[in-house]
Design a protein around this ligand. Sequence first.
Ligand SMILES: [Zn+2]
Length: 216
Amino acid sequence: MVSEIFPGVFRFVHPPSANVYLLKGTSRNVLIDCGLQKHAPLLSQELVSRRIFPTDVSEIWFTHAHADHIGGAVLFPKSRKRMHALDGGMVNEKRGDFTYSPAFREEFFLFIDSFFEEGQILSCPPFSLKVIFSPGHTAGSVCFWDEQNGLLFSGDTLFKGTVGRWDLLSGNKSALRESVEKLSKLKFSLLLPGHGEVLKGKQEGNFGKAFLVLED
Ligand SMILES: [Zn+2]
């Protein structure tokens, strides 16, 4: 299923794949995460239904290295692939124990061409997003914040009503709590998580729930 959730921002939903977001820019198109390899044909069909061909996707920005976020990259051999080095290095070493690809019966490994840094500004005109380093779900998790439009792409760090798991390889509960605190200081009105529903409007109640989950 695909829907436009904000002008120029599309969300593709194929559970258990992660949500895939398309930023349809004026001069180029960017994907945020790309789901499982097994859902790549569905993603391709739905992109084409919006008149976007895989070769029209110039970059993929990954929130982290788990298989349900990366496998769909099989569709985009020519796109530039970007991730934080702490997760991206594991992808480039084909570390299935880190990505959980074997657990999803997925074989494809992409190559990360470029590593994010905290605070880096990413451009897909008219969108401009800041990289927010948010370890905890994995050591190299990031979120993407569009301050101007009030959008936060939160990966598996923060969901509607809860937070991501911290018990997988390189996960860390206290780091996750600090990351959620960091997110709670950002201004945004639309939460676009890696799984589940988009959350609109005031975010205070959601942060309250997230901190409850993270209590000792
Ligand atoms: Zn994950």
